[in-house]
Design a protein around this ligand. Sequence first.
Ligand SMILES: Cc1cc2nc3c(=O)[nH]c(=O)nc-3n(C[C@H](O)[C@H](O)[C@H](O)COP(=O)(O)O)c2cc1C
Length: 363
Amino acid sequence: MADFTAKLVLAPMVRIGELPTRLLALKYGADLVWSPEIVDRKILTCERVYNKDLDTVDFLSSKGNKKIPGVTDLVFRTYRKLEKDRLIFQMGTANPELAVKAAKIIVKDVDGIDINAGCPKHFSIHSGMGAALLSTPDLLCSILTSLVEQVGKPERKPISVKIRLLEEKKDTLDLVVRLVKTGITNLTVHFRTREMRNREDPIRDYLDDIHKICKENNVSLIVNGGIRNYDNYKEIQSKYGSDVGCMIASAAERNVSCFRSQGQLNWPQVAKDYIETATRYNNHPSNIKYCLLRMVPGTASIHPVLNGLKESEEMRDALINIMGDDGEVKAGRDDITDDSRKRRRDVVENVDKRIRVNEECRV
Ligand SMILES: Cc1cc2nc3c(=O)[nH]c(=O)nc-3n(C[C@H](O)[C@H](O)[C@H](O)COP(=O)(O)O)c2cc1C
């Protein structure tokens, strides 16, 4: 059974936390990785398929993907050989019965089920999910106890929850006291309130109180919010206790090697590693592009090159053959094929055109 105590983990992140990012996070030193949030109703439309070409387990939706019509029906993919014992599946739900039904579909292929009770986005809260559950603690506790009794115990898999701070300390502590009695194994607290943005400093004023309640009830605590890298994780542990875990989101979105105890790698190296992993596991090109454009700084000359590409192989070519180790577009490479040279010329011309247009706009 996955143990959360004192672990350094990759946060759940919609779109970012697909298989390639999770595998890289594990490679670079994360102890556990969270899937992006997937809502119960979506899981209920899925069929489990073993993908023998990739050796992955895929969950395919019979309803397709509304955002990219006709393009993909892949909802979730896991590579058990590397993720086994380390993958926590995050679910969005506002209904105990649906949560249990959905969890039963997925539970054998993951190592824990986490409930999202912290997302402040409209799509979550308008249907009572995410941070809306902080205002309906009876419902949240009933979801958690149902999952613990009907899925966690029979399948021997941990059930956990991720929350944010409430406006008042007392309300937050009252909620924590209730949550730790539901049978959950771990509590993750994003130490910001629902109204706070990620760029604001987290509030850790009563982390000790939350930690004490967790400890007394044998529930592990993972601290989230503003943690940038491995050294930060060690600082948090030395300040708040060696049994405290840490979860990283935004910093891993920018550079997933932040989990390395030896210090993070430079972004071009990580981007190359990412594209190799993403193409190997046949990740969707639009998702590859989305993730790459978050890790490649907007000031790097390869950024507009990537921005102009659609196919995975083109992005791979751009990062492996066109970009130098410094993250800039290389000049004068003669060891590349005619095809990639032509494509390179096209994209470089494209960049030149964009630069010219930008400069003309500034005048
Ligand atoms: C791109 C992105 C997607 C996110 N998606 C989710 C999600 O699916 N579920 C969730 O509980 N939180 C989600 N979050 C919130 C993070 O898990 C985390 O709580 C928050 O970013 C604070 O951590 P940080 O300061 O390390 O960024 C997301 C954050 C980002 C940046």
